[in-house]
Structures are given as structure tokens and as C-alpha cells.
Write a protein that binds this ligand. Structure first.
Ligand code: PEP
Ligand code: MN
Length: 356
């Protein structure tokens, strides 16, 4: 992707970039009141949803275009940048006509390639920063694909927002974070800024601070946090919004560590990690060669490759051994599932005479 940094005059470059504001713009008074308090505590970018994607009909579906004028007031009277969510070409048109500074695309929209293409077409040739939330389903390719559509339309000031992934049933988080997905996105597109949205991940006020800290420790570039002057009375997402004052405390408490430490100690530790990994590869290769010998035996004695009792025994024993060494049994099981899969693959080749 052809990416340009999102420089915003008047906004400091250091982490975290903070976007804050209510889930929804409800009334002019609520918008101005919240934004005034946020501006006073140093927040430079204000968010508010005007068109709200709600799970069920009949709830508050957003104030609509009327709210754009309130965002303009925030911009002109408080000097903040303003951002809102767009989901259709009509939203884009209305937001651009109202001089909104930046747009975000929600999780339900980024899950739909038709909608993403419609937005890309509507944004063709427009120079505006756009943030793309991850799709509701944990599909990194779909997330990247949506951003690529925008990028091909000429949007180069592009960023990603990690807002957690949909789940069914009771879980600690409203949308479990599955951090490995945004981290893989970072690995694949290092120049793409990534914000964390702890509000939609957590779904509960008390989870916001620890999620922000975790995002900072994982080198995220910024945070988009829902903040409302009267959270409990919010018309949408009441349980996850914090007051501007709570937000300002929370941001002050964050420990921001250096993302590019060059200390000698770190270099040494990384060298140790490289050595450990080399050892792991060496041992894996040794294990595979034993597995291939077993494959020869199975071939000669016409025994099937896969025996579920042996497989279960390996997984259970290794999980226990892993726990004794301070590793989660799930983690160790995953590793041995992968190792077993490769052993089976190699043994099947042997049984079929495709390798020796
Ligand atoms: C929002 O930011 O208010 C929102 C609707 O988020 P998401 O698309 O992540 O659910
Ligand atoms: Mn919300």
C-alpha cells in the first residue's frame, strides 16, 4: 500500500495519538459540553457517531446529518479536529460537504467488500485521513482488503483501528481483542498507524484503562476512546463510556515505553532468543526424522498413520509438562497440534512412497 503519515498540525507526534468523544452525537448541548471538557484536558481530535449501526431496529440510530453542524461548531469554536463514521456514499458526501476532518469506517461496514468498494469510489481523489476498524469477524485479509480498496482510490493517509472481534455468549470482553491479529497487521504493514479502541473491546468502563496500557505496551500508535459528559445517560454504549475527567486521569496514568529501545541488554537478550529458536528448529528436525522412521515402520507393517489414542496421549502429556514449566496448556497444545500435523503429513508421503 502507498501510505503517507497522518500529520495533523497542532497535534503532537508522540504516542499515543488520542481521539475521544461520545459514541453518538445526541444533542447539540451534549456534543458541545463533552467536547469543551475534552478540549480543556488536551484532547485534540473529537469523535462522534452521527449515523449509528445498531444491532436491532427501534433503538437510537443516530441523529443524522443534523449533527454535522454540531461537529462544525466543535471545530470552529474549540479548534479540535472532528471525526465521524461513514458507511455509505451518501454519508461520505454529507461529511465532506460539512468539512469533517477525518472519517472512520465501522466494523460492520469493513466486513462487507461491496460497502468498502462503494466508500472507496465515493472517496476517489479525496485527500482525507480515513481509519478502518477491523471487521467484526476475525479476518485479517478482509481488513487489509478493505484498506487496499481505499488505498487504490487514492486514500494514502490511512490507519487501522483495532476494536476487537465478535463473539457469541458471555465473555469478559464485549469483543475479545485477539491481539495477534493487529500485531500481524503491524508486521505486514509497518507504516500503517494502528489505534486501539478499548471501549468497544472492553464494553465496560473498568476495562478501558488496562486495555489502553496493554495497547501501549504492544506499540500501538494511539487510542480512540468513547467519552461522554454523562456516560450513564448515553443513548448508545452507556456502560463503556467514561467522563472527560476520567479519560484525562486514565491517560495521565499510562506508562508509555520506548518503541525502539537500542540498549545493549536488549540486543543480548534478542541474541539469546535467536539461539533458542535455532535450538527449537534443530530439535524439531530431529523429531521429524524419528517420525519419518515411524512412518517407514507403519508402511512396512501396513498400519494407519493416524492413531487417535496416541495423539491424545501426546497432547495431554505435553500440556501437563508445559504447565510444569509455566506455560499455558492451551499454548502447548496448539504447538503440538501443529507439530503432529506436520509429522502426519510427512508420514503420509512415506506411506504413499512419495518420500523415504
Ligand atoms: C463506534 O465507534 O461507535 C462503533 C459503532 O464502533 P464499531 O464499528 O467498532 O462497532
Ligand atoms: Mn459505540
Amino acid at each position: 500500500m502507498n501510505l503517507q503519515p497522518i500529520h495533523l498540525p497542532g497535534v503532537e507526534e508522540r504516542r499515543p495519538l488520542v481521539i475521544a468523544g461520545p459514541c453518538s452525537a445526541e444533542t447539540e448541548e451534549q456534543v458541545m459540553h463533552t467536547a469543551t471538557q475534552l478540549a480543556a484536558s488536551g484532547v485534540k481530535i473529537f469523535r462522534a457517531g452521527i449515523w449509528k449501526p445498531r444491532t436491532k431496529p427501534g433503538g437510537f440510530e443516530g441523529i443524522g446529518s443534523e449533527g454535522l453542524a454540531w461537529l462544525r461548531r466543535v471545530r470552529s469554536e474549540l479548534g479540535m479536529y472532528v471525526a465521524t463514521e461513514v458507511a455509505t456514499a451518501k454519508h461520505v458526501e454529507a461529511a465532506l460537504a460539512a468539512d469533517i476532518d477525518m472519517l472512520w469506517i465501522g466494523a460492520r461496514t469493513s466486513a462487507n467488500p461491496f460497502a468498502m468498494q462503494e466508500l472507496a469510489d465515493a472517496l476517489q481523489g479525496v485527500d482525507i485521513p480515513v481509519w478502518v476498524k477491523n471487521p467484526v469477524n476475525p479476518d485479517l485479509e478482509l481488513w487489509i482488503g478493505g484498506m487496499e480498496r481505499l488505498n487504490r482510490a487514492g486514500i494514502t493517509r490511512l490507519g487501522a483501528i483495532h476494536r476487537g472481534f465478535g463473539t457469541y455468549g458471555q465473555t469478559l470482553y464485549r469483543n475479545p481483542p485477539q491481539w495477534n491479529i493487529p500485531l500481524e497487521l503491524r508486521r505486514r504493514h509497518p507504516a500503517l498507524p494502528i489505534l486501539c479502541d478499548p471501549s468497544h473491546i472492553g464494553g465496560r468502563r473498568e476495562l478501558i484503562a488496562p486495555l489502553c496500557q496493554q495497547a501501549m505496551d504492544l506499540s500501538f500508535d494511539g487510542l480512540i476512546i468513547e467519552s461522554h459528559c454523562r456516560p450513564d445517560a448515553a443513548w448508545s454504549d452507556a456502560s463503556q463510556q467514561v467522563t472527560p475527567l476520567q479519560l484525562s486521569h486514565l491517560l495521565k496514568e499510562l506508562i508509555i515505553r520506548d518503541t525502539t529501545p537500542s540498549a545493549e541488554r536488549l540486543t543480548l537478550l534478542r541474541k539469546q532468543i535467536d539461539e533458542c529458536d535455532e535450538g527449537i528448529i534443530h530439535e524439531l528436525a530431529r523429531r521429524m526424522s524419528v517420525a519419518r522412521e515411524i512412518g517407514q515402520f507403519k508402511r512396512e507393517h501396513a498400519v494407519t498413520v493416524y492413531q487417535s489414542s496416541r495423539y491424545n496421549e501426546i497432547l495431554e502429556q505435553r500440556a501437563l509438562q508445559g504447565e510444569q514449566h509455566d506455560m499455558s496448556s492451551d499454548f502447548v497444545k496448539k504447538i503440538f497440534e501443529a507439530i503432529h500435523e506436520e509429522s502426519v503429513r510427512q508420514q503420509i508421503e512415506i506411506i504413499n512412497g512419495k518420500r523415504s
